[in-house]
Design a binder for this molecule. Sequence first.
Ligand code: GLU
Length: 385
Amino acid sequence: MSNGKASLSVIQNAKLIVVKIGSVIVRGKELGTVNHHWIDAFAQDVKALMDSGKKVVVVSSGGIALGRKALGIKENTPPQNIPLAQKQAASAVGQYHVFDGYYKALARCGLECGQVLITMSETESRRMNLNARDTLSTLLEHGIIPLINENDTISTGEIRFGDNDRLSVRVAQMIGADAVILLSTTDGLYTDNPDNNPQAQHIPYIEKLEEKHIKMAGEAVPGLSTGGMKSKMDAALSATKTGIHLVITDGREDHALEKLFSTSSKRHSLFYAQNGGKIAARKMWIGSHMRPKGSITIDEGARDALYHGKSLLPIGACKVTGDFNRGDVIEIIDPSGKRIGMGISAYNMRDAHLICRRNSKDIASILGEITSEELIHRNDMVLED
Ligand code: GLU
């Protein structure tokens, strides 16, 4: 399947969909106002999708953009130049307007929504991740649309998603969604930056996202956006690796969502899911970690063993870094320094360090007890291709 139009059927047939809307779309012409006209049309599109039996989760940006006016932040100040405390305060004001805009528009279509504000640290703790998943599933079971944003008033620097592209994918992984739709100000991936290069060609279908595509996307962050193409590529990579399709389309026109589903001619880039479909939620959670707590470097023999479906034994581990506890997700690094996967460590950093290069039968004498013969069990591990 190399034709973008034909391949869009995987999105059109999706049952559980996460739709992300960028700040530029949500905000109205005047600073501090909501684009009610667009949101009304969007609510009608969501209603039509739900009437056709689909479940929809909405991730909307706009909290910070809509709070700018109250905080006296100028229209043209790029997000990266706004001090964190001001962004947090702006989102406290603006998030109300975001939710209010969607709530009223959806209500006019006979739909109900519930606000869920998420922080990255919650999604990286297994227990909190499960709690958040239960909340979202319960809302969906009751026909209520989860309306999600990052909890920007309390999320700080290091532990922020920062952009809702990756947050949307994390949410999709959490609930086992089939597809993520990014309604953006761009209609997808180009061979080069189309703003600077008129020869740049649009790519409608990306069967497997590779390094060359990531290079094409570049680092540029357009205008007032937080993430730009870079965060969209990160999001697409994470989604497709975990068996979720991701599509980027220009969402600015009214009924952009409906057009994507009904006409197939709406310009878009589709990133096709890998792994032959969805992978188990637990593995998805492991593989999608953005901030692993540490790493274990392994030798050649261990790398081969892992690719033959074996667990990682202490004898194959050469080096341990970071500060992690038993149960934390860490990176697995091969002898050339390349990350080849992620897994849940059965030992904390200190103990892992002590048993490195040692035979499993010596663990008890080294540590005084043995919790597990493996450093990372194969069921607790996700390898990259
Ligand atoms: N969470 C941010 C907000 O609501 C938006 C992040 C993004 O632009 O992706 O303002």
